[in-house]
Ligand binder design. Structure first.
Ligand code: SF4
Length: 168
C-alpha cells in the first residue's frame, strides 16, 4: 500500500477523552467523527501527549482555570513539548509530507486555540501549550494551521476541517 503522505497532529484527548479533567469529557473514548473524517481522507493521526496528565495533576484532576496552571514548571514543560512537536512536524515537511494541521481543544487552559474556560464560561484566550507552540513556530519562522476543536460544537469544527482537507 502506498503512503498517503498526509498527517494531522492532535491533542491527546481527541483520541482519548479519558484524559480530560473530571466532568469535562464529552465522549466515552475517542471522538469518532474526527477519526472517521481523517481515516476516509487517508490522513495519519499523530497523538500528542497530554500536558495536564503528564506534568500536572493526573487522571483525577478537577477542572482549573488557566491561572492555576500558569506556573514556571508547567509552562516550561509545554515549551519543551512544543519544540519536540515542531521537530516532528519539520521532519514530515522536509520529506515533502503534508501536515494538515495541529488540533487543539477549545476551552482548555492548556490546548485552547481561541477560547479558554473561566469557571463554567468560555472566554477569548489561548491555552498555555498553544501559546508556547505559537512562540516556537514564530522563532522557526514557519506556520502550520492550528485549529481548535470545540467539543460543544462539533458541527462547526467538522466544517472547518472539511474545508482544510479540501485545500490540502
Ligand atoms: S491538556 Fe490538552 S490534551 Fe490534555 S485533556 Fe486538556 S485539552 Fe486534552
Amino acid at each position: 500500500m502506498h503512503r498517503g503522505r498526509k498527517v494531522v497532529f492532535v491533542s491527546h484527548c481527541i483520541l482519548n477523552q479519558n484524559a480530560k479533567s473530571i466532568g469535562r469529557g464529552k465522549y466515552p473514548g475517542a471522538i469518532r467523527e474526527l477519526i472517521e473524517l481523517f481515516a476516509e481522507a487517508g490522513v495519519g493521526i499523530v497523538q500528542l501527549p497530554c500536558p495536564q496528565l503528564d506534568f500536572n495533576s493526573g487522571l483525577d484532576r478537577k477542572p482549573k482555570n488557566k491561572s492555576s496552571y500558569d506556573k514556571k514548571d508547567y509552562r516550561g514543560a509545554c515549551k519543551k513539548l512544543s519544540s519536540s512537536l515542531l521537530k516532528q512536524v519539520e521532519g514530515y515537511l522536509q520529506k515533502n509530507y503534508t501536515v494538515i494541521g495541529i488540533l487543539g481543544v477549545e476551552s482548555s487552559p492548556t490546548c485552547g486555540v481561541q477560547q479558554i474556560a473561566n469557571g463554567s464560561r468560555s472566554v477569548p484566550g489561548k491555552g498555555i501549550f498553544i501559546e508556547e507552540l505559537e512562540i516556537e513556530m514564530q522563532k522557526k519562522n514557519f506556520q502550520v494551521p492550528v485549529i481548535g476543536i470545540n467539543l460543544n460544537n462539533m458541527y462547526s469544527s467538522m466544517e472547518k476541517l472539511q474545508s482544510l482537507l479540501k485545500y490540502t
